[in-house]
Design a binder for this molecule. Structure first.
Ligand code: A3P
Length: 276
């Protein structure tokens, strides 16, 4: 009798809110929402639905506040959240380490040129007055240099220098605690990429080919069903936007700019992402 009650006490059969075991820390516009929504299919994963911004914006509110933002979980379930700005905010690595040095870090990355255009497209879509928005070319290069000097202070350009941001994280976390997810492969072969993710998180491979179908209208993989929805559906219309046409010369100059940083990133991660 008494051992039965001890089990109930220790093993908490009641769902509890816990601090996260794993975080999707970035990178903005690389497929972070897709990764989180795919992960949420897994019965052993529970994730906060919206971006919590604890480690960058609301750190002063304390860990009790953060824990309350987390969904209730049972023993054995993984608690997660995704806030893509964590990757590029310099205070965040130490703060995450202080919470739990064993935290698993997921980082989705995508060709930084496409990522910058995607970032710009998102910013433009939020502007009420479209004409008030400068062109991508004008913003990506330093004024009066004839589109030759890349403006590294512009957010959409700066965020794509992944090696620079990663070096800050590597001061606090070993590479083994990180998984780099290819944003391109998450689109081309979601099941393959999700197998890597599940292995990294120590989860059974529950998410497989069966969960995905390619929606030709959307042009992206979509889900057959998910936790809350039993019928086929795609991500919302803010995911998979049409990008503006950017002159090939402009694209080439940006590729040339990123190439050395991309190689450095491949060296640091031991992965070749194959960006052009
Ligand atoms: P675009 O809208 O520029 O195509 P994030 O969620 O980090 O903001 O990333 C958004 C990007 O996720 C989209 O950028 C899109 O390319 C990519 N993505 C990856 N898988 C997707 C999917 N299954 N459905 C829609 N977008 C997806």
């Amino acid at each position: 009798e008494s051992s039965k009650y001890r089990l109930l006490e220790n093993q908490s059969l009641r769902p509890l809110r816990r601090l996260p075991d794993a975080l999707v820390i970035g990178v903005k516009k690389s497929g972070t929402r897709a990764l989180l929504e795919f992960l949420r299919i897994h019965p052993d994963v529970r994730a906060a639905g919206s971006e919590v911004h604890f480690f960058d914006k609301y750190y002063h509110r304390g860990f009790a506040w953060y824990r309350k933002k987390m969904p209730p979980t049972l023993d054995g379930q993984i608690t997660m959240e995704k806030t893509p700005s964590y990757f590029i905010t310099k205070e965040v690595p130490l703060r995450v380490k202080q919470m739990n040095p064993k935290t698993k870090l997921l980082i989705v990355v995508r060709d930084p040129v496409t990522r910058a255009i995607s970032d710009y497209t998102q910013a433009a879509s939020k502007k009420k007055n479209r004409n008030g928005m400068k062109s991508f070319e004008c913003l990506a290069f330093v004024k009066d240099t004839g589109f030759s000097v890349v403006d590294t202070t512009w957010g959409p350009v700066r965020i794509g220098v992944y090696a620079r941001h990663l070096s800050k994280w590597l001061k606090h976390f070993p590479l083994e605690r990180m998984l780099f997810v290819s944003g391109e492969r998450l689109i081309a072969d979601p099941a393959l990429e999700m197998a890597r993710v599940q292995d990294f998180l120590g989860l059974k491979r529950v998410i497989t080919e069966k969960h995905f179908y390619f929606n030709a209208t959307k042009g992206f993989p979509c889900l057959m069903k998910s936790e809350g929805r039993p019928t086929p559906h795609c991500l919302g219309k803010t995911k998979g936007r049409n990008h503006p046409y950017i002159d090939a010369q402009i694209v080439k100059r940006l590729r040339d700019f990123y190439r050395p940083f991309n190689y450095r990133f491949y060296q640091m991660t031991g992965m070749n992402f194959g960006w052009p």
